[in-house]
Design a protein around this ligand. Structure first.
Ligand code: SF4
Length: 303
């Protein structure tokens, strides 16, 4: 771990606490006195830290990804499966020393990576905790697990610190992001942030445990813009960026009251998304929808 880079990053992230634009919400609030959309103060708030076996296989290994689930998010997704801690503020506040202890505990428990889930509002605490933990020998690869609704300036201060960007493409239309995540400019921001992530780390390679992985959750009725998302990856990033195609959408929270997203995806939607991956010559991982179509695409997109 590069201590100088961590110290520089800490200085920057500390300065943002009084004028916060860590994510693309750009609330510009002083979090010592007030709260922005994510409702987070100065110290980190977490809901859980676990060895997680459901992330992409190379990030899990045999010991699991050391996942830390942070509370609060600048997005307000109507279908968020984590709405309890992303939007309802469930969680416990911890100081930086305790967060460092959690990182160490995950490493000592055999975690393959440190998987920071929705880390943006907590970057000051995270970087400080990494400095503390590195003094005790912490050296896991850092995974930045993000919605991609994050400013390039924030990402620039993570250059040389983050090893793996595990980054969503939620939608490919700002108006759709506004409707389902209540942010005005999701796709505009995500395109910029994904390009910056790719610039920093390139395509993910398991042998060097570094790079960008794009995650895409298929939504019913084409709402996630899968075709455009995959074209962006192939043409604006690289066909060597692995795509993790997720089929597990199910309606919860406010989505239950929105007809067009009040169901799971069906076979046709799933196969269509797989066809798009093939069309753009993309590879990565996917979760089979049903056993009957599992295998048809296994050759083309499983690494
Ligand atoms: S991290 Fe929170 S306070 Fe800061 S800009 Fe994002 S939503 Fe606003």
């Amino acid at each position: 771990m590069d201590t100088e880079k961590l110290k520089d990053a800490l200085e920057y992230f500390e300065s943002r606490i009084e004028n916060c634009n860590l994510c693309a919400r750009n609330c510009m609030v002083n979090r010592k006195e007030s709260i922005g959309v994510c409702e987070q103060g100065v110290n980190a708030k977490i809901t859980n830290a676990v060895l997680h076996f459901g992330e992409e296989p190379p990030l899990v290994g045999t010991g699991g990804a050391g996942a830390v689930f942070f509370s609060g998010c600048g997005m307000r997704c109507v279908y968020c499966q984590n709405f309890g801690f992303s939007q309802m503020m469930v969680g416990r506040e911890i100081d930086d020393e305790s967060l460092a202890n959690i990182f160490m505990k995950l490493q000592n428990s055999g975690a393959k990576t440190l998987d920071l889930v929705t880390p943006e509002p907590h970057l000051r605490s995270i970087v400080h905790a990494l400095i503390i933990a590195s003094e005790s020998g912490f050296n896991l690869p850092i995974v930045f697990n993000t919605s991609s609704y994050v400013n390039v300036e924030t990402l620039a201060h993570l250059d040389g610190i983050v090893d793996v960007y595990l980054a969503d493409i939620r939608y490919t239309d700002d108006a759709v992001g506004k409707k389902y995540s209540l942010v005005p400019d999701y796709w505009t921001v995500a395109q910029r942030s994904l390009k910056e992530m790719y610039r920093q780390v390139g395509s993910f390679k398991a042998d060097r445990m570094r790079g960008l992985i794009v995650r895409h959750l298929i939504l019913p009725n084409g709402i996630a813009g899968t075709q455009k998302a995959m074209r962006f990856v192939a043409e604006e990033l690289s066909t060597s960026v692995p795509v993790s195609l997720m089929s597990q959408y199910f309606p919860v929270y406010k989505a239950l009251k929105m007809k067009e997203i009040s169901r799971k995806i069906d076979d046709d939607e799933y196969v269509e998304a797989l066809d798009v991956l093939e069309k753009y010559n993309l590879e990565g991982w996917y979760q089979p929808l049903y056993e009957k179509i599992k295998g048809v695409y296994a050759k083309s997109i499983e690494r």
